[in-house]
Design a protein around this ligand. Structure first.
Ligand code: T4K
Length: 386
């Protein structure tokens, strides 16, 4: 039997929303206090809860992850060249650009798509000040190798951990590694505060700098100690964050089951390649479901599959294609690495729908559609989807 399109679109993700009563209860408190932003009581509570969760006081909340990273780089005084990955969301290198730092793009490793330490080391110059690595899809970077390079070359090690909330390594939160990590709490993330971001950092002296930078540099009513910007998280965001956090373990467990279903249902479909099992010491968050489509085996390119799935109301995403260095704003940035792995992966990668509310039957149905498209048992490309 031919698979039928879904009645309603299945998007790559859908934000988890806590029970409405929990949110309205919290909103009532905000209404009564008339305190909406600027370091309010709900934000302070959220910060306290996160301090316990991440086992550190060295954290600072922001209104989104991009500004958190921009401010983090500025507050740490990073300048010159920073070695980074082209296989990430544009915000990673935009944060460098806004600080007038030159991104030096180097290749990724083929298993989990994080920075290749050997490529990092090969790209170091006298102008290099830092490494900006990304725990892409929540997969931990090569933590020991990068730490070793940073130590030997006296470089700052910064992690874009936008995808990595809830990830642990050896039972320690991923924030434990590197000099600074940025987490995104955007609605599309497993853990979110509608919009939001957070920095965690090793040097406790940075806290006041980040607090100034996100609030115009105000020390008090009359004194501005540095030219800051406005990157404050508001009370509604903090409330959502507190509520979503209560459900996080359950969200991760549901996503883990979805991942297991995909792996089971697609295991015999030629040309679909999943990432290998993670090392035992990693507690993963199952935030994305990336697969590589090997055209020669699958019988169809990644892009063709992406288009055909839309005909079935299934909206996957090509995170992260094109590579950042191919966007017009980065085309003039000079770097030497041929980016062999990154170019190949970005042509093959496809992120399948995954979110806690996605029911198992729908995952099976998505897999059936993919299987039928592969085997050619359904018509492909009846009409071209724009
Ligand atoms: N570094 C990395 C590595 C990142 O991935 C990101 C953000 C950042 C830094 C910056 O952090 P933030 O400044 O964003 O905190 C999305 C997100 O907007 C972005 O946060 C995320 N990475 C990126 C990977 O994905 P788009 O352009 O793909 O989002 P959009 O609007 O197409 O949403 C994707 C799907 O989610 C939609 O098809 C439907 C669903 N959706 C989305 C929203 C916003 C919903 O169902 N409800 C919603 O409210 O960028």
């Amino acid at each position: 039997m031919q698979p039928q399109p879904f009645e309603n679109p299945i998007m790559v993700t859908r934000p988890f929303l806590p029970p409405l009563e929990e949110f309205t209860e919290g909103v009532k408190e905000i209404w009564e206090s008339h305190w909406l932003t600027n370091n309010g009581p709900v934000l302070r509570r959220f910060e306290h809860i996160l301090s316990n969760y991440f086992e550190t006081d060295n954290l600072c909340l922001f209104n989104n992850g991009t500004l958190a990273l921009q401010i983090g780089l500025q507050g740490m005084g990073i300048s010159g060249e920073v070695i980074t990955t082209p296989f990430t969301f544009v915000a990673t290198s935009h944060a460098l650009y806004w600080n007038k730092i030159r991104p030096v793009f180097v290749d990724i490793e083929p298993d989990y798509y994080t920075l290749d330490p050997a490529a990092v080391e090969a790209a170091i110059t006298p102008w290099t000040t830092a490494i900006l690595a990304v725990h892409v899809y929540g997969f931990p970077c090569k933590l020991n190798a990068l730490a070793d390079i940073a130590r030997r070359h006296k470089l700052v090690l910064i992690y874009d951990a936008a995808h990595a909330f809830g990830v642990t390594v050896g039972e320690r939160p991923i924030s434990h590694f590197g000099d600074m990590s940025m987490f995104s709490f955007h609605a599309t993330k497993l853990f979110h505060s509608i919009e939001g971001g957070m920095l965690t950092f090793r040097d406790s002296g940075l806290k006041s700098t980040f607090d100034y930078l996100k609030n115009f540099g105000f020390e008090n009513e009359l004194e501005v100690v540095m030219p800051g910007t406005n990157a404050k998280m508001n009370e509604m965001q903090a409330l959502m964050g507190i509520l979503v956090l209560r459900h996080l373990d359950n969200l991760i467990e549901r996503s883990r089951k979805i991942d297991a279903t995909y792996r089971q249902c697609l295991k015999d479909v030629p040309g679909i390649q999943f990432t290998p099992p993670l090392p035992k010491e990693v507690g993963y968050n199952y935030i994305y479901e990336p697969v590589e489509i090997i055209e020669e085996e699958f019988g169809m390119s990644r892009d063709a599959l992406y288009d055909h799935l839309k005909e079935y109301n299934i909206f996957t995403r090509r995170y992260f294609y094109p590579l950042l260095c191919d966007f017009p704003c980065y085309r003039n940035v000079a770097f030497k690495d041929p980016l062999r792995v990154a170019r190949e992966v970005s042509k093959r990668i496809l992120c399948l729908p995954i979110y806690a509310d996605l029911v198992s039957d729908d995952v099976t149905r998505i897999c059936e559609v993919i299987g039928c498209l592969q085997s050619g048992s359904v018509k492909r490309g009846v009409e071209k989807i724009a």
